[in-house]
Design a protein around this ligand. Structure first.
Ligand code: PMV
Length: 362
């Protein structure tokens, strides 16, 4: 692993000010990360699709500060101060001063907004922490001319996104990413994700991920608690083995464009995640009656039409519908006429596999 400890400090009296801005997407895991240890290290490898529309837009403005001590941060989310978010970011910056010591020399203002609603069942920590990590790496690059190498830049961004929120490390790459050591991938690491978008078969490049909102309520269990519950879970070791097997099989399916194998793995992973929560102590049921009704309808539709419509779930009741672009019209019409009845206020969101984060230079 590279040494991320940066020695860089601004020379005394050097006036610097400017801003960096990144738009970074959320991602949806097909093989799930569930269970962690140490500093946000995963118990098993995971593979995700990077989304296109669900994006956090973060601008970091900086100017020199009188006294280089501690973090000086002002933060807004969608135009208003948000003390809870602000505290989390300040803590994150403080914990990572060992790697970005120059942050102590700056007054920092961070303004962030999401393109998707808060209650949409989309992992906003993945988009927001990856946007923040990308801004920090850009700031280092602008101030010191380091991280010129693209691979090194995104690897460092992925590393720090992971420290903010595990799954965020996968959001820094276009199309698809793999995180966690796996014997099938010698370059894979627990410390950062690696890009696998280049090997993605074209059928997966425009793959859809439409999110059916069964409930807009906050999740009953945070992912932090969910990860912890894996420590006492009696099925943990066989689950980790299954995730390894699924990672190798899914990577193969993504390369050759095998949508059926992809779908089988996606659904098995989603149901396993929920089964693990049901088998935890204390146990949790995160699906709702409408989640099950939707699963039933989707499987029936697949068997009636032979169209490749599959689902996945995160640790909540909302369904992510996965299907290739060539079936878009038929499937979206099915969603509108048959499935939105199971959604809270008929609410669903359209997204798809996307081209990754973008730096905005304005
Ligand atoms: O990154 P976290 O700690 O919010 O955990 C994410 C867990 C899942 O979304 C359920 C699975 C995953 O790999 O994204």
């Amino acid at each position: 692993m590279p040494d991320y400890k940066s020695q860089h400090l601004l020379p005394d009296g050097r006036a610097v000010e400017g801003r960096v801005r990144w738009q970074s997407p959320s991602n949806i895991a097909i093989v799930k990360y569930w269970g962690k240890h140490g500093k946000q290290l995963p118990r098993n490898p995971s593979i995700s699709f990077t989304l296109q529309n669900a994006v956090t837009d973060t601008t970091l403005r900086y100017q020199p500060k009188e006294k280089a001590k501690g973090i000086s941060l002002r933060f807004t989310f969608e135009g208003s101060p948000r003390p809870a978010f602000s505290q989390k970011i300040e803590q994150f910056l403080e914990q990572n001063l060992w790697a970005f010591p120059f942050l102590e020399q700056l007054d920092i203002q961070i303004d962030s907004s999401n393109t998707f609603p808060h209650s949409a069942g989309i992992a906003s920590s993945a988009s927001s922490m990856s946007a923040l990590a990308l801004c920090l790496c850009s700031l280092e690059r602008e101030l010191f001319g380091t991280l010129a190498d693209e691979r090194a830049f995104f690897q460092k961004a992925s590393y720090f996104a992971r420290l903010g929120s595990g799954s965020a490390c996968r959001s820094v790459y276009p199309y698809a990413a793999l995180w966690g050591q796996s014997p099938s991938f010698p370059k894979a690491s627990d410390e950062f994700a690696i890009p696998i978008g280049k090997t993605l078969h074209p059928v997966f490049q425009g793959f859809h991920d439409d999110i059916l909102i069964v409930s807009k309520k906050e999740k009953p269990v945070s992912s932090r608690v969910g990860h912890q519950l894996m420590e006492g879970n009696p099925y943990a070791s066989s689950r980790y083995q299954q995730a390894h097997d699924h990672t190798s099989a899914l990577a193969g399916a993504l390369e050759i464009g095998d949508v059926e194998i992809f779908g089988q793995i996606a659904e098995s992973e989603a149901l396993t995640l929920h089964a693990l929560m049901m088998a935890s102590s204390p146990p949790f049921i995160l699906m709702q009656p409408h989640s099950l009704a939707l699963i039933d309808r989707i499987r029936q539709y697949r068997s009636d039409t032979r169209l490749p419509l599959y689902f996945t779930l995160d640790a909540g009741p909302n369904l992510h519908l996965l299907y290739p672009d060539e079936c878009r019209e038929e499937i979206q019409s099915f969603i509108r006429t048959e499935l939105t009845a199971y959604c809270e206020d008929g609410f669903w969101i359209q997204d798809q596999v996307g081209s990754g984060p973008k730096q905005i230079r304005d």
